[in-house]
Design a protein around this ligand. Structure first.
Ligand SMILES: Cc1cc2nc3c(=O)[nH]c(=O)nc-3n(C[C@H](O)[C@H](O)[C@H](O)COP(=O)(O)O)c2cc1C
Length: 372
């Protein structure tokens, strides 16, 4: 009998059934995906160390000993430390005035309370370090990094039995990560949601797969929302897929229903690569905030973390008061294929069934039907 194309070395290395990794900021989505036989990495970057410890416990209680991962952001450019007020005091007045004017023109009130963006670990390196200590202490099975090189902590992680995954957007970064000793490489194309480089998924994945050879599994990311994408990623040499956008409008997801509807209606053309959210180049859903920063009289965006701190109160107010024109999130170009609000479990199974069908059609003797 021929080998199951969906049973890859990523499945063997993690003890999972399907080579699908969900990146999600929602614990319920993570649990549903894991219990469906795939793998989930929980995005812990926006949380305090205490919250991260509680989240790990919560997830563990619901997955019966199955493996899971946590993701943190460690950009080398983050300031070494400082309170939010100290960091915000460094923002130029021109930028503060630009955002204040926007708040006035769109009637955006102050946020109701805590500003979630101010909790992000990478606002300063001391915060990111405190988050990392919790994840190491808790010995989560997989630790992934969407930004920054994990080289400095690989030894400490391996001593605790933790796999370390690095995310790359360029072949030379893949070489560096391999030399540092990562256990898997996520090769992410510019189609992806969030912080990306400029190389498309179809070019970066085979390039990184060639560099990794048999050493470690390569996981493809960027614009992957269907089983057709999953099958294509495996054909490009990946051992699995790393996905983000597809889970945002899932039934379990804690994303606001207004934003879920925007995502379901969106096409690939409704996302934009912009530095206006975090200061890093990031693919997000177009909204009033992205539009305003494209105005000819807009000031240049600030470097991270200052751009995020500049917009933090406005973004929180948009969330608190559900101000639709400004509602946005990271979203990849595969968003156009996300057309309904399905349970996460169904998303996993549909992706698997569709990928199997693609492989069966490729090897079938039956003539393939042509359109028309
Ligand atoms: C709403 C959202 C937030 C994200 N936040 C992070 C993050 O905090 N850390 C990270 O490593 N990646 C983050 N990403 C990127 C994902 O890890 C992943 O690389 C990306 O979503 C893959 O592309 P896709 O969305 O086209 O599937 C985020 C993605 C989305 C959709």
């Amino acid at each position: 009998m021929s080998r199951d194309p969906l049973h890859t070395k990523l499945c063997d290395s993690l003890g999972i059934e399907f080579p699908i990794v969900a990146f999600t900021h929602c614990k319920d989505v993570a649990v549903a995906v894991i219990n469906a036989g795939a793998f989930a990495v929980y995005g812990a970057a926006p949380h305090s160390p205490d919250e991260i410890a509680a989240d790990i416990k919560w997830i563990r209680e619901r997955i019966g000993g199955k493996p899971f991962g946590m993701d943190l952001l460690l950009p080398a450019a983050a300031p070494p430390g400082g309170t939010i007020d100290e960091l915000r005091a460094q923002i130029p007045k021109t930028h503060v005035d630009f955002v204040d004017d926007m708040k006035k023109r769109y009637d955006i009130p102050p946020p109701k309370g805590r500003v979630e963006h101010f909790e992000l670990g990478w606002v300063a390196q001391d915060r990111a370090r405190a988050q990392l200590d919790v994840v190491l202490e808790e010995r989560v099975p997989v630790l992934a990094f969407g930004l920054g090189s994990p080289a400095f902590l690989i030894e400490a992680a391996h001593e605790r039995g933790i796999q370390v995954w690095g995310l790359v957007g360029k072949p030379r970064q893949a070489k560096r990560e391999l030399e540092a000793g990562v256990d898997a490489i996520i090769a992410q194309g510019s189609d992806a949601a969030g912080h990306t480089g400029s190389i498309g998924t179809f070019s970066i994945v085979p390039a990184v797969a060639a560099i990794a050879g048999d050493k470690v599994p390569v996981i493809a990311a960027g614009g992957i929302t269907t089983g057709q994408h999953l099958a294509a990623a495996l054909c490009l040499g990946a051992a699995g897929v790393w996905t983000g956008t597809v889970w945002l409008p899932s039934r379990e997801s804690d994303v606001d229903i207004i934003l879920k509807e925007k995502l379901i209606a969106a096409t690939a053309e409704d996302t934009v690569h912009s530095k206006c959210m975090s200061g890093f180049s990031m693919r997000i859903l177009k909204c009033k905030w992205t539009e305003e920063w494209e105005r000819p009289d807009a000031p240049p965006t600030l470097p991270a973390p200052y751009q995020l701190l500049l917009g933090g109160e406005l973004h929180q107010a948009v969330k608190d008061y559900r101000i639709e024109p400004f509602m946005t999130d990271a979203a990849g170009q595969g968003v156009g294929f996300v057309t309904s609000m399905k349970p996460a479990r169904e998303i996993v199974f549909d992706m698997v069934d569709e990928a199997r069908e693609v492989f069966e059609n490729l090897t079938s003797d039956e003539p393939v039907a042509t359109p028309g």
